[in-house]
Design a protein around this ligand. Structure first.
Ligand SMILES: [Zn+2]
Length: 263
């Protein structure tokens, strides 16, 4: 008898847990949304510069629905960890339309050594075409440049860090800035990202500045100028703790995708 009543008790607890789970899934719109999104986005991976020491993975998050192609790049400079840490997190984001390409460790060798660049490659952010007829400088930049063209990228965000706040007049660093190439509608998007971030920052010199013209030879400059991509470099200042900087990078990426109705 005792065994039977114990089993009945266990059964009724199981039923209650089941009913609770069903209620949460159907009533909570966030859970429902996540389930829908994960069932439609397909994540795949290709290797750029495959078979060379520069080999690095590109993640392709395909919503299965038409929409913009957005590329997010981290780790161009190996001593700027907020970019590649944030980009790594983005590799499993879900989107509702278009395609999200994520290259978390553009310069994986430099990232692994925590150096800005390796002398064998030079500064990867100066290796991209500086005229419409020029090609990228080396194996790694050629592979990244080919991917931007192959996937017909519409928007490109390149994640970087500076050693000081741009608004600190004593320094020439571009930390806490968004540097865009002025194609149509890029400025509107850039302004939205900066104002969204600045809404959460109370100290004025820590606020993000809107700048234009990414440096010549940078991926963002070349993509904006020669391929018509809406492109920008996003720079956090590396003074606060890493998690704060990573959150700025993630918030900027999220704002971009949200404004494009992809999230
Ligand atoms: Zn950088």
């Amino acid at each position: 008898m005792q065994n039977i009543s114990l089993q009945l008790k266990r059964l009724s607890v199981s039923i209650l847990v089941f009913i609770f789970a069903i209620t949460v899934i159907t009533v909570n719109p966030l859970s429902a949304k996540a389930l829908t999104a994960s069932s439609t986005s397909c994540i795949s991976q290709v290797t750029l510069a495959q078979g060379t020491k520069y080999a690095t993975d590109l993640y392709i998050i395909d919503s299965g629905k038409p929409g913009p192609v957005v590329m997010i790049v981290g780790g161009v400079h190996g001593n700027e960890p907020a970019g590649y840490t944030a980009a790594a997190e983005i590799t499993d984001w879900q989107i509702e339309k278009g395609t999200l390409l994520v290259l978390p460790q553009a310069n994986k060798l430099a990232d692994n050594k925590n150096v800005r660049y390796l002398s064998s490659v030079g500064d990867l952010n100066r290796d991209f075409p500086q005229s419409s007829k020029e090609s990228a400088d080396n194996t790694l930049s050629k592979a990244i440049w080919s991917a931007v063209k192959k996937y017909d990228v519409d928007w490109l965000m390149d994640m970087h860090e500076g050693y000081d706040y741009y608004k600190n007049s004593s320094s020439s660093s571009v930390g806490q800035s968004l540097i865009y190439y002025p194609n149509s509608s890029t400025k509107t998007m850039a302004s939205k990202i900066v104002s969204n971030l600045n809404g959460g920052i109370s100290t004025s010199y820590k606020k993000f500045s809107l700048l234009k013209y990414p440096v010549k030879g940078s991926l963002a400059r070349a993509a904006g100028q020669y391929l018509g991509v809406h492109s920008f470099i996003f720079e956090t200042c590396d003074n606060p703790g890493l998690s704060i900087r990573v959150n700025y990078q993630l918030k900027a990426a999220k704002t971009l995708l949200h404004e494009l109705d992809m999230m």
